[in-house]
Ligand binder design. Sequence first.
Ligand code: GAR
Length: 209
Amino acid sequence: MEDRKARIAVMVSGGGTNLQALIDAQKSGVIKSGEIVLVLSNKADAYALERAKNAGIKTRVVSRKEAGSREAFEAAITAALEEAGAELIVLAGFMCILSADFTRRWEGRIINVHPSLIPSFCGDGFYGLHVHEAALSYGVKVTGATVHFVNEVTDGGEIILQKAVDVEEGDTPETLQRRVMEQAEWIILPKAAEMVCGRIVRGEQEGRQ
Ligand code: GAR
């Protein structure tokens, strides 16, 4: 069917600039095969929730602390995703590691944006600004961003899109983070979301996990 849209849930923990890129891409038509139906945060004070509300998107907060155990946390997330009828889960700065039980439940249906060229500067402990600190202290001249499917290995699932970004003389972790977002993340995340939504609405099989 021409205009069926895959139902997208975006999971966030912070500022939500990648969420904003997805919202803008939906408005501009870059995302045409999907529709964001839920923004779920593990932090009640995440600015991303404001961005969702401003765009008229339903929000949910599921706190890891209040849930108690990881099982209870993931069960609450799954319930919210199921209630929303989510077909694609986009991790956009979601700073919790998900268990193998969770990733298997949503096999081929979770994508993540990571701020480096995987397999560099990724895996446990590499998130947010730490990734750019590590890239600068190693001295790489090129870094970038990756969108990949999520499996039980942190940052280990199949790569969907990558984009390289130059490191510049005098970069700080903050200036590098900003350039990687502007030149890579905000472009490849919406593109990858559209690619996967397209496959979902056409009923195609997703790739390797
Ligand atoms: C982004 O740079 C994203 O790639 C990174 O956190 C930032 C979230 O920013 N994610 C990870 O490091 C995941 N391992 P945002 O809230 O403004 O989108």
